[in-house]
Write a new protein. Structure first.
Length: 607
């Protein structure tokens, strides 16, 4: 019994010690742990019944000590005093108000020791934990959004493009297909709605095409050579930054053109390839970058040759193949991978779906692209079958709405069961099992079989869009460590037990977004530069306009309009119009310049 009580006490202590840290991790980006600690202490002190001295007086004393640290008047000895007092309160308080609050303080003193010391010695948060501007913090590449929006507002479009290119060499691509996570926590929502950051970026590149804006001068040549495998967004981003740093870059690309899934996975109506070429031409204009096309690793060049001929190697092979479904009929004729179909269209090969009925399995952006592409290939009816609810789809809501507007029907809460084939082995129908929403898993309810009869969808073609896969076997055969079909790397992107080899993007994280691939390339360039013995910094030397008090009147968000669905569904022409000058200026004026005002002010202390 005594041992059981000891184990319980140990488990409870461990749970209590992790609770406060978990609370901080769940708070907004840059939340100061000490400010949070003070707020919780104050709440606990106000809640005490006053019966026991440790809780009644001790919490107030802890609160005063912590406030002295935040006010910048405490000496380092106060940390030992806080720890001793919190220990007494935890051990002697009569109820949870006292001992839980004290346990939080002890855990904070331990988990955020560097933060406490920074406040005592420097009178502010650690540099990496200051309150961050949400749009910058939530952009995987950490692009300085307020800076380029302010430049757009002053009609300095070329400067805006170069501010973007300090962190992201694909301004045009992200202006058209980015999932814009930068807008998620925009503080403009306190007034009306988030800024349309993606549309403003589009306005900038429409007025200053990427290949007409001179890129930054590259550093002096270092004499180092780096090989990059894959000319997609991650590989080309790494090439761009490494070339600017002065290294010589050779990119090996399996296909005949650069761009990866930007070229061979995203249809022209969303992202015209001539606009992609603008970004690529700008990247190559840096110099020191050579792309060798139609080269397959393991066939045309070996890992050993890369190891011998280069000072560092970066694998950015992406996720270029579609996943398959294990179900009866999946190998039938006219049962295709959605990724395969989009790749064909990217290569200029258009199948004839005229008069056909097409069923697409999946709920992500690939499913939306495949279904809308099938419509443009002449399909008479296109249906999307998805095992969860519409609100659980991972596709962008605007893509879902565009598909529905074009006449594509959604069949949700239906899980594919099998495909019916005719005597010739051709697709005849898709049979699904009705689902119901069950318990939540990773933020959305899991689908479970409903007690309902199966549903049959008569169809001529089935497109499977349930994810993408990575061709990893040649690298496994070469001795690289992998897990779940992805490279395993250390925190700096280096392949385990393989000096000079790095990997990043989809082939490490699994299929993700364009901006995450770009960010991976940027990080890889920094890590490779450090590995080669350098510490280069890139600065555009652009003057950012002085922040002014902007429009704080409730103002509607500018939204680009689309070509009429009745027209656009018949061709692959770009379907979105850009903002007008008046719309762009009004939208830029809605920016609150959080980089200078309020919580985003990096020049002050703990704010």
């Amino acid at each position: 019994m005594a041992q059981r009580l000891k184990d319980y006490s140990k488990d409870k202590a461990g749970w209590m010690l992790s609770k406060f840290k978990n609370r901080i991790n769940a708070y907004p980006v840059g939340q100061c742990p000490l400010e949070t600690q003070l707020s919780l202490l104050h709440l606990s002190a106000c809640s005490t019944c006053g019966k026991c001295v440790p809780c009644r007086d001790g919490l107030l004393q802890l609160e005063k000590m912590l406030k002295s640290i935040l006010d910048g008047v405490a000496k380092k000895e106060v940390l030992d005093e806080m720890k001793a007092l919190a220990t007494i309160i935890k051990d002697t308080a009569d109820c949870a108000i006292g001992y839980e609050a004290a346990a939080d303080v002890l855990q904070g003193l331990d988990s955020f020791k560097d933060e406490y010391e920074s406040h005592i010695t420097l009178n502010h948060c650690k540099d990496d934990n200051r309150q961050k501007v949400p749009c910058i913090a939530f952009c995987p590449a950490n692009v300085n959004v307020p800076a380029y929006i302010s430049l757009i507002g002053e009609e300095k479009y070329a400067d805006a493009v170069n501010v973007i290119r300090m962190d992201n060499p694909f301004p045009t691509a992200c202006a058209m297909v980015c999932e814009h996570p930068c807008e998620l926590r925009c503080r403009r929502q306190l007034f009306d709605a988030s800024l349309n950051i993606r549309a403003l970026k589009r306005f900038a590149v429409d007025n200053a095409a990427a290949d007409t804006v001179k890129v930054f001068e590259k550093n002096v040549d270092t004499g180092k050579k780096v090989a990059i495998v894959g000319a997609g967004p991650s590989g080309l981003s790494a090439a761009y930054f490494l070339a600017l740093m002065g290294h010589e870059i050779v990119v090996y690309e399996e296909k005949e053109k650069a761009g990866g899934m930007l070229r061979y996975g995203i249809p022209n109506y969303r992202f015209p390839k001539e606009r992609l070429d603008e970004d690529i031409r700008a990247i190559l204009s840096v110099g020191n970058i050579e792309i060798k096309y139609n080269v397959t690793i393991g066939k045309d060049i070996t890992i050993e040759e890369l190891d011998k001929n280069y000072d560092a190697v970066y694998f950015a092979i992406g996720a270029q193949t579609g996943k398959k479904l294990k179900m009866d009929g999946a190998d039938g004729e006219n049962v295709l991978s959605a990724v395969e179909l989009l790749d064909e269209v990217g290569h200029g090969k258009y199948r004839d779906f005229k008069g056909k009925t097409v069923c697409v399995i999946g709920g992500g952006n690939v499913a939306m692209d495949a279904s809308r592409t099938a419509l443009r290939l002449g399909a008479e009816n296109v249906n999307i079958v998805y095992r969860r609810r519409k609100e659980d789809m991972t596709a962008l809501m605007e893509e879902i709405e565009s598909a529905v507007a074009e006449g594509i029907e959604l069949f949700t809460l239906e899980a594919p069961d099998h495909i019916v084939l005719d005597e010739a082995g051709k697709c005849k129908a898709l049979v699904t099992r009705p689902q119901m929403s069950g318990s939540y898993d990773r933020g959305r309810p899991s689908p479970v079989d409903a007690n309902k009869p199966p549903i049959t969808h008569e169809t001529d073609i089935v497109l499977i869009a349930v994810g993408q896969d990575i061709v990893i076997k040649p690298f496994e055969d070469a001795g690289f460590e992998t897990k779940r079909n992805c490279f395993v790397t250390n925190p700096y992107g280096a392949c385990l037990d393989k000096e000079k080899f790095f990997a990043g993007g989809d082939c490490v994280t699994g299929p993700a977004t364009v901006i995450k691939a770009i960010a991976a390339g940027k990080n890889a360039a920094t890590n490779i530069d450090e590995f080669l013995g350098y510490h280069h910094k890139i600065d555009a030397h652009i003057d950012i306009p002085q922040a002014t008090f902007n429009n704080k009147t409730q103002t509607g968000r500018a939204v680009p309009i689309l070509r009429p669905a009745s027209q656009r569904k018949h061709d692959f022409e770009h379907d979105e119009y850009g903002l007008s000058y008046e719309e762009a200026m009004q939208e830029a004026g809605r920016c609150l310049r959080c980089d200078h005002f309020g919580c985003g002010n990096m020049e002050g202390g703990c704010v």
